[in-house]
Design a protein around this ligand. Structure first.
Ligand code: AMP
Length: 230
C-alpha cells in the first residue's frame, strides 16, 4: 500500500500549487484539500459560509482566520484524512492559521511544508493566462486550453477566467501573500519542516522535483508513522 502523507504546499498565487496538489494527491493517494475551492463552492451554493465569504473572494482579501480554521478542522476530522493524511493547498495563509493547524493535528504532526519558488514576473504571466473550470476547478491556461472550446476536458463544465484573476485583485492577493503568508516560510523552517522546491519549468518537471523531495524524506524516516486512524 502507498504510504500516506501530511503535506502543505506554499507558494505565491500562480506558483502552481493547485496543479501540483492534484498530482500529489493522486500519487500519494491522499485527499487534496483546497480552501479556495471549498470557499468558491460555498459561494456558488450560496451557503451561510458562502454568503459571508463572497466579498472577500471578489476583492482578493483573506477570509477571517477563525472561519477558515473551523472549515479546515471539520474537513481534517473526516475518515480519509485521519487515515491517509492530506495535501493542503492555500492553507495555512497566516501564522495564526499555522498555529491552529498544529493544534488540529496534535498529537500528530505535519510531515512537510513544500514551498514552490517562482519569480513574481512569472506568476503574473501565469495568472493573466490562467483559466479554471467553474464546476470541478480543473486548471488550464490560454496556452494549454481545453480540447474543445471552453468545455472542461474532465467534467464538461465551463472553463472561465477566475473572478479574482483581475489586475486589482491579483495585486491585493500578492501584497497579502508578502505580508501575511511569506512569514510562514520562516515559521516552518524553524519547525524543521520546510523544503524549498524550484517551481519554474513544466508541470511534469516540477512534479518530479516534489516527488523526489517527499520520497527522500519519507524513506529517510522523517515522517511520523503510523498515521492516526479512525
Ligand atoms: P486560492 O484559490 O487559494 O487562491 O483562494 C482564493 C481566495 O479564497 C483567496 O483570495 C481568499 O479570499 C480565500 N482563501 C482561500 N484560502 C484562504 C485561507 N487559508 N485564509 C483566508 N482566505 C482564504
Amino acid at each position: 500500500m502507498v504510504p500516506g502523507a501530511r503535506l502543505i504546499v506554499l507558494g505565491k498565487q500562480g506558483a502552481g500549487k493547485g496543479t501540483q496538489c492534484v498530482r500529489l494527491s493522486h500519487h500519494y493517494v491522499i485527499p487534496h484539500i483546497s480552501t479556495g475551492d471549498m470557499l468558491r463552492a460555498a459561494v456558488k451554493a450560496s451557503t451561510a459560509l458562502g454568503r459571508e465569504a463572497r466579498a472577500y473572494l471578489e476583492s482578493g482579501g483573506l477570509i477571517p482566520d477563525e472561519i477558515v480554521l473551523q472549515m479546515v478542522g471539520e474537513r481534517l476530522d473526516q475518515d480519509d484524512t485521519r487515515s491517509r493524511g492530506f495535501v493542503l493547498d492555500g492553507f495555512p495563509r497566516t501564522v495564526l492559521q499555522a498555529d491552529g493547524l498544529a493544534d488540529l493535528l496534535a498529537p500528530a504532526e505535519l510531515d512537510l511544508a513544500l514551498n514552490l519558488v517562482v519569480p513574481t514576473e512569472l506568476v503574473l504571466l501565469r495568472l493573466a493566462s490562467r483559466r479554471v473550470c467553474d464546476d470541478c476547478g480543473a486548471i488550464y491556461s490560454t496556452l494549454a486550453p481545453p480540447k474543445v472550446g471552453s468545455t472542461c476536458d474532465v467534467c464538461g463544465g465551463e472553463v472561465l477566467q477566475r473572478d479574482d484573476d483581475t489586475e486589482a485583485a491579483i495585486k491585493t492577493r500578492l501584497d497579502l501573500y508578502d505580508e501575511m503568508t511569506a512569514p510562514l516560510i520562516e515559521w516552518y523552517n524553524a519547525a524543521g519542516r520546510l523544503v524549498e522546491v524550484d517551481g519554474v519549468g513544466t508541470a511534469e518537471e516540477v512534479f518530479d522535483r516534489l516527488v523526489d523531495v517527499v520520497d527522500s524524506h519519507q524513506h529517510g524516516g522523517d515522517f511520523t508513522p503510523p498515521l492516526a486512524t479512525g
